[in-house]
Design a protein around this ligand. Sequence first.
Ligand SMILES: C[S@@+](CC[C@H](N)C(=O)[O-])C[C@H]1O[C@@H](n2cnc3c(N)ncnc32)[C@H](O)[C@@H]1O
Length: 577
Amino acid sequence: MRVARVKGGRRMGAPNQKIPPISPLTRGGNAHGRRSGHFNHHAAPKPKVGALRRRWFWLLVQNQKSFGDLGRLLRQRTILATHPWAARKHRINQRFPRPPPRGARGQKIEVGDRSYKRGQTGYHPLMNRRPRPRRKTRSSAPPPLVEVDIHDLASDGRGVGRLPGGKALFVAGALPGDRVRVRIERQGKSFDAGVAVARLDDGPGRVPSPCAISEACGGCALIAWNPALQHAWKTERIGRALIHIARIESPPLEPLLAGEPLGYRTRADVRLRLHDGVAEVGFLASGTHRMVPLPPDGCAVLVPALNRLLDPLRELLPQLEGGIRLPKVRIESDGAGRCRAVFKTLEPLSRVDQTTLIAWGEGLNVGIALSSGEVFRPVAFADTVEGCVLSPPPGAFRQANQGLNPELVRLALDGLDLKSGDRVLEAFAGSGNLTLPLIARLARLGGGAVTAVDWVAPAVAQLAEAAQGLGEGVGLSAQPCDLEDGAAVAALWGQGPWDALLLDPPREGAKTLLTHLKDRPDRPGRVVMISCHPESMARDAAMLIEAGYRIDKVVPVDMFPMTPHVESVSVWQRVNP
Ligand SMILES: C[S@@+](CC[C@H](N)C(=O)[O-])C[C@H]1O[C@@H](n2cnc3c(N)ncnc32)[C@H](O)[C@@H]1O
């Protein structure tokens, strides 16, 4: 769910999701839902506390006010007239005014004919809340420093050491073999977590980092580790997940497929900010909301075309009236070095800013779009895979490592072992990175049928358009569908049977899709699963085994060198009728 963050770190749902909309014309109806001539606040369903809080929040957001303005807003007749829940709270507040802040905690306080103990209930007797547990005050003592040897690497790239009692300690900025001084920042029951503040000894696999900000940024947690060790660790990570989660005794692991270790990323989300009048471009430090500005020579893993965009972005920011409201930009570059920038705006752009952005894009021949879908300056933007040209729309998913992507596609399609006339279901198809080459292969074999599904409708539409005239004798059904929605997935399986299933889910995996698979007597004979998360892949692998499939091979693919992420392609055969 999209979330908005409020001061204090509380998370609130976005207004168009799950939260009942606040209409200025909302009136209470009676218990049968009929409208009466007057407001009937009591007949309106009572919102739950969480929903009520969100409504307060959006009331303030809609009126562009802060929490301090709440009292004054409530006294305004319009708000009271149009928001029955606000009016109800206001009447309660007037009948039972908040007691003056006097008396010690726990002292009895009389309010009208009621009494309550100060500090022991919610602040109002009618709110009927359970007493809130008192917040633990933070100790002012400095966080403890310890020295540990790092013996392993966690799946998120943090080093793992052991405290003297044997408790595990996860250390950001440490690699296996290092001896480090650690500032402990979180103490848990079974493990602690901290940050390496000094390296006392370097591990044997350490190499000089090619990036000046790698430690502060943390995005490439393995950049100072020998690439051969990275590959061995990534392969082992996939193997371990299959052994421990999917219970496969000896996973048929093949050697890792690797490409260029640096300068490979063709897509990045960069942040912009004006800091003391200086425009900065950077990344968010791993696991935080703190921006780390990029050095003048850019980022070591970005392709040169994107690094060349960083300076113009710095120059652009002060020219924008609402520059401060453009916190994030997705920059992308295609195989021919053409670039586009998708700006994530918090508010609609002013006319002046739109003109500035378009002029900026024209000067550099860069496409300009907003994350809301508006395209201000279209450019020809296309990737070529196995001879097929695909043009993902701005904002849709696109593989970040276009150098290695053709290999990934080849591996997946080889694994499908296609035959003439095959019917293939492709789930999580995106803009057709796998679909278009799949159609082309089936056409070469003599024909077949493909059903491609993804929940991003513009991507699916783009896929269908790009596939036109591509494969003679191959039928394509491109469908937008939420594959987390059980009913939609059941209906999708009903369109079968299919000979083969190709799936490339996001990090969360394909649980709903595979849950339905095992109940289908007509389930496909072959399955190829691409995954960017070994642990969710292993969970899905267990579901495939339960559904009667056997793993034939699994190939790790290093789509994200220097980071702890690893992709895999696994090939499955149905053995159990
Ligand atoms: C890892 S990408 C793969 C896309 C494509 N196969 C490619 O190689 O470019 C995962 C895709 O899953 C889609 N997706 C994520 N959650 C989904 C859901 N609940 N239902 C359908 N599609 C979903 C995303 O839109 C994205 O296109």
